[in-house]
Structure formats: C-alpha cells, structure tokens
Write a protein that binds this ligand. Structure first.
Ligand code: OWQ
Length: 354
C-alpha cells in the first residue's frame, strides 16, 4: 500500500499534493493556520482552513475571502489563492463545500513574539508603526474594519523591519455613507486593545476603534508592556479612565450612569500618559494623546496620524495609497442580510439588462 505522504491529509487539511512540509502555526480568529511550502513556485506560505460547518460558518468564510482577496497592499498580508477541497479552485456556488483554504504569504514572525524579547528600539517601533498606519489607511479607505488588531495579528519580517497586517477573521465591511451599528458582535475580540467606546457599547464598531488598538500597540512596542492590561472589562475601563481624560460632557454623563462609583473624582486623571510611560519621549506622548482619546470623534484617523510630526521621517503622502475599489453598502448588506443582498443583486442585474 502506498504510504500517505504528509502533504496529503495532515491536520485535517485536504489540500491535495500541491503543499508540503505542513506544520501548525496556531488557531486564528476563524480557523487553524499551517505553514507549508507551495510546490508551485516553491514559496513558503501560510494556509488557513475555514470550516463551513453551517450557514453562519459559510457566511463568515465568504466574507473573509471576499475582504482579503481585495486588500492588496504592501502592509497587508497578501492572499495568493483561495482553494476548495482537494486544493481545487473554489467553485462559484459553495453549496456542498465543507472547507475553504486561504493561501497567503508567510511572514517570519508576529509582533507578539517580537515583543516577548522586550521593548523595541524607538526607531524600530516608529518605522513599524508607520507601516501599521499606512496599512490601516488603506484598509479603512476600502471601508473595511479589522476589529481585532493586536500584536499577534501583526506580522513582521524582522531583518527588513517589514510589517503587514493579517488575520481578517473578524473584519467587517462598513460603508460610512450610511448609518450603521455594526450589528453583529462576536463578543470574542481581545479586550486589552478595546477602546472605551467599545467597552461601553460592544456592537458599535468604527474605524476609530482600530486606531485605539493601534495606539495601544505603539505604546507596547516602545515599553515592552501592555498599555492597559485589565483582567476583565470593568477593570479595562478603570485602567483607561485612570489615564485617559474624559473631556466631553456627554461622555461624562454616560459614565456617571454606567459606573458612578468609579468616576466621582472630578474628572482629573489619576496618572497621565507621561507618568504611565516615563521612558517615552514627549513627541511620542503627544502623538499617543491624539490617538488614545476617550471619544472616538476626537481621535486621529490613520490618514491624519500619518501626517503627525512623530512620523515626519517616514511620511510620504504620495506613496500612501488608498483602495482603488472600496467596498460599498451592497457588500455590507450582502454580508449581514443574505436575502436583501440577493434582492439587491437581482435588482442590479435587472437594471443593467434594462
Ligand atoms: C505568518 C502570515 N502567520 C497566522 C498565523 C493566525 C494567523 C495564526 C497563525 C507566522 C507567524 C509566526 C512563526 N505569516 C500569516 C500568518 N497568519 N497570516 N496569518 O494563529 N507567519 C494564531 N510564525 C510564522 C514561525 C516560526 N516559528 C514560530 C512562529
């Protein structure tokens, strides 16, 4: 009997003979990820398996495929291929398909692992953060929210100091021209990078919320310590309130309703960002203060942050591209409400033919 080759069916990955040397990297937001060598072209790749267990699993897989295929940018992990069972091309109609494989670029490490070795030299942290913002500017211009930015989802090739944003398993499309509430919340997003707004209303996802996470990540790169490491949601909010001033009247009033016992100290912070991060230079503190604002309306956008003096050595607006084909309201609805999505598609077809 022919020996099963390791590539034929390891780890429940039904990929056919194209991939070799499979080894597990971890379980991401949406499924198991393996490193492998693609015999076509000899590239090393990361392959993520999305299991279509039920209608919801299929919906999430389709969304991740749709989003990651369109996001082509230097600072976003590149998707090379999306495959079905046996490593065959993905059919148009997914009926009967049990798994989808996303074949993507393999990066050497992630920022979480890098930070296990302690803080980064501030020059390295600045260059990496510039690339994080450059990637976010592009992602947000495509009307995509990442929603789970954290060091483990940010991939790095350390010798070139190249950074790419990855793992779009919780990403959503949101068209800012229409009102939205980010209806579906999975409730599994890491709390340490959650903005105060998100702690107060867990379903309300916006671009500003990705920026909060980015700010937490910059602080962590420079200090080697997680900025706000709450053990639970209430403590997360308390740690934020210890350092982030609540300037707007409406936010103060909401907090008085939600956590009256904690906020009764005249709205003075207990320790400033400068006191919390004594090793961080003034310009970086100023920058962080513009990102870690309590109210998302006061927070710098990725595009505006790229123009802050902290990044003047790297900023080059002519080479900070936006998405050529942003996602639109139809894509957002198609994701959330399959029936309306189908109706819109049919109406579009009618309109085109008529
Ligand atoms: C890499 C592109 N990983 C990934 C991996 C979730 C997503 C996940 C694991 C690896 C990073 C650590 C080591 N490149 C990726 C990716 N994704 N896109 N998604 O589970 N590269 C949580 N790597 C390579 C390599 C060697 N030794 C330790 C880690």
């Amino acid at each position: 009997m022919a020996r099963m080759t390791p590539s034929s069916f390891s780890y429940g990955f039904d990929l056919g003979p194209r991939f070799q040397e499979l080894r597990p990297l971890g379980t991401g937001a949406s499924g198991l990820v393996l490193a492998a060598v693609d015999r076509r072209g000899g590239r090393r790749v990361a392959v993520k398996k999305l299991v279509l267990r039920d209608a919801l699993g299929a919906k999430h897989a389709l969304r991740e495929v749709k989003i990651t295929r369109r996001l082509r940018h230097d600072n976003v992990v590149r998707v090379y291929d999306t495959l079905g069972p046996c490593g065959r091309p993905l059919p148009r109609d997914l009926a009967g398909i049990t798994a989808v494989y996303i074949v993507q670029e393999l990066m050497e490490t992630d920022l979480g692992r890098m930070l296990e070795g302690g803080p980064l030299p501030v020059e390295h942290a600045t260059l990496l953060f510039y690339q994080l913002l450059r990637g976010l500017k592009f992602i947000h211009s495509a009307n995509v929210l990442h929603r789970d930015l954290k060091p483990a989802n940010i991939f790095v090739n350390p010798e070139q100091l190249l950074l790419k944003i990855g793992d779009f398993g919780l990403a959503r499309i949101v068209d800012p021209h229409y009102s939205h509430k980010g209806y579906l919340s999975e409730g599994m997003v890491t709390k340490w990078y959650r903005s105060p707004r998100l702690l107060l209303s867990p379903n309300n996802y916006t671009k500003a919320i990705d920026m909060w996470a980015a700010g937490c990540i910059l602080a962590e790169m420079v200090t080697g310590r997680m900025l706000f490491a709450g053990a639970h949601e209430l403590e997360q909010m308390q740690l934020i309130l210890d350092t982030v001033p609540v300037l707007r009247e409406e936010d103060q009033q909401e907090l008085l309703k939600v956590m009256p016992s904690y906020v009764s100290h005249g709205w003075e912070v207990r320790r400033t960002l400068q006191e919390l991060l004594p090793e961080v230079e003034d310009e970086a503190i100023d920058f962080l203060e513009r990102i870690l604002t309590f109210n998302p309306m006061d927070r710098l956008t990725a595009e505006a942050a790229l123009r802050h003096p902290f990044l003047r050595r790297y900023s080059y607006p002519q080479d900070e591209p936006v998405a050529p084909h942003p996602f639109r309201i139809e894509d957002e609805l198609e994701d959330s409400l399959p029936i309306i999505g189908a109706l819109l598609a049919a109406a579009g077809a009618l309109w085109l033919s008529g």
